[in-house]
Design a protein around this ligand. Structure first.
Ligand code: NDP
Length: 477
């Protein structure tokens, strides 16, 4: 019998995805540029299911039933194009090339358009959950045509994570929609990690807790509304002791955060779309700042307050305020992320269902959390919601948290502890709710120096004031 699906690129992700497919009863054709990886997979895990190891490209393609489903799990970028160039000429009308790598959505759009010309479906699939998720059930975000999804979707839904019996996989939209949504997922992941980092830093620096005590706080938070995979692993990490030195593990790790680029892609794309994602941007900037040793070294002697930890009852009260600040900031950063998804969906006519995105992130991926059920519910109530902050439930919660949130941001400023995520989220919240913004002044300045014109609050039209002459106002439209 022929294989129902094939995987080429058998490094850690491809290997685990192939094993996941085989464990679910699919016959899986295997291919890798370097044959040794294929042989190794079969030798180690061949008894987990039906694998069809192949060597050459023609061999691989011939092993697949029609329409062919060919999953590419190679290094993102040029390798993906090289693999497409190798396989596309061997395929027939209606066959599918499925890119499960971390491709930029613009590359996916380009590849999809090129392959469509040749009658081949190109399906860009965002896959989240790392190697563990690939093996045991990731969150899967497929783009591409509805026709391709009809032939591929059931398999992806089958091998994805499940929450409450529902698969964490759903058709996101045409061409690059899946990879776009995966990118925003990673951006939100950056923001979540930054906010958690700030909470930790404040609990140590302002409340005076040690890492083991902070771990206990996170474990407690993980039983409440903040419950999530990232809060859970934060508790684990903070409770861990370095075996070599006996010091808290977090204290022996160099404080320079690295990044592979999806957070940066999210921010660059958001700037192009004109959507403020300040939570994600602050997270990306914070990572860049942390690794800039030259800059940090040059600034080390700058003046600031010497924080005296709060201690006692004040520390306990502050800890509860930090929970509120973290939760409120998280709502803001998810609201921004969903606004970005809406903007991308509109720009590229993807028709993305915002509630479905929340549903498939409840399991398998790094930001998995009960919280996402709330977002799904908000969009179920009102599919046209302009911002999550306007949902009655979220509005009520953030309203209840806002006083504590302000206290935390004020305390951070007073003690000289950087909290860019908390502060930016609060600034966004206050800007959105403001009756009047200083943008009026910005428009007046632009008209002054560049004759860029302005609109008025009291009547329609476009106006310019002759600032350099008699300051008379002229209607210009
Ligand atoms: P890598 O990104 O390290 O890629 C290694 C694989 O790519 C090998 O199979 C390698 O073949 C193949 N390859 C590289 N260049 C070429 C080429 N020019 N032609 C053919 N094959 C090539 O593997 P990972 O498993 O870590 O990731 C695979 C994809 O999944 C990546 O796009 C990654 O971004 C994405 N991803 C990874 C996650 C993770 O947690 N690691 C999570 C989600 C997605 P060979 O053995 O011959 O060298």
């Amino acid at each position: 019998a022929k294989a129902q699906i094939g995987v080429t690129g058998l490094a850690v992700m491809g290997r685990n995805l192939a094993r996941n497919l085989a464990r679910h009863g699919y016959t899986v054709a295997l291919h890798n540029r370097t044959a040794a990886r294929t042989e190794e997979l079969v030798a180690q895990f061949g008894d987990e299911g039906d694998f069809v190891p192949t060597t050459g490209a023609a061999d691989f393609v011939a092993a697949l039933e029609r329409p062919r489903r060919l999953v590419v799990m190679v290094k993102a970028g040029e390798p993906t194009d090289a693999v497409i160039d190798e396989f596309a000429p061997l395929l027939d009308d209606g066959d599918m090339i499925i890119d499960g790598g971390n491709a930029h959505f613009a590359d996916t759009r380009r590849r999809e358009a090129a392959l469509r010309e040749r009658g081949v479906h190109f399906v860009g699939v965002g896959i989240s959950g790392g190697e563990e998720g690939a093996l045991n059930g990731p969150s899967i975000m497929p783009g591409g045509s509805a026709e391709a999804y009809a032939a591929l979707g059931p398999i992806l839904e089958d091998i994805s994570a499940h929450v409450g019996g529902e698969p964490c996989a759903a058709h996101i939209g045409p061409d690059g929609a899946g990879h776009f949504v995966k990118m925003v997922h990673n951006g939100i992941e950056y923001a979540d990690m930054q906010l958690i980092g700030e909470a930790y830093d404040l609990l140590r620096g302002a409340a005076g807790l040690d890492p083991a005590q902070v771990a206990d706080v996170f474990r407690r938070w993980n039983t409440g509304r903040l419950q999530s995979y990232l809060i859970e692993i934060t508790g684990e990490v903070l409770a861990h002791t370095d075996p070599a030195t006996g010091a808290p593990f977090v204290d022996v790790v160099a404080d320079a955060a690295e990044q592979k680029g999806t957070g940066r892609w999210t921010v660059v794309t958001a700037l192009d779309l004109g959507v403020p994602v300040s939570g994600i941007a602050e997270a990306v900037f914070a990572r860049s700042l942390s690794g800039n040793t030259g800059l940090r070294g040059a600034a080390r002697g700058l003046d600031g307050p010497r924080p005296a930890p709060l201690g006692g009852a004040a520390a306990a009260a502050f800890t509860e305020q930090v929970e509120q600040a973290l939760y409120a900031s998280k709502i803001v950063s998810y609201a921004q992320g969903w606004n970005m998804i809406a903007a991308g969906s509109e720009q590229y006519a993807w028709g993305i269902d915002p509630g479905a995105v929340a549903a498939i992130w409840r399991g398998g991926c790094i930001i998995r959390a009960a919280f996402l059920d709330r977002i799904r519910a908000a969009y179920a109530k009102d599919p046209g919601l302009a911002t999550l902050l306007a949902d009655a439930e979220f509005a009520r919660e953030i309203g209840a948290a806002q006083q504590a949130w302000r206290e935390v941001v004020a305390t951070a400023a007073r003690l000289g502890i950087a909290a860019p995520g908390f502060s930016a989220a609060l600034a966004y919240y206050d800007a959105l709710r403001a009756e009047r913004l200083p943008a009026a002044l910005t428009q007046a300045q632009r008209d002054y120096f560049g004759a860029h014109t302005y609109r008025r609050t009291d009547r329609p039209g476009v106006f310019h004031t002759a600032w350099g002459q008699d300051r008379a106002e002229h209607r210009t439209d």
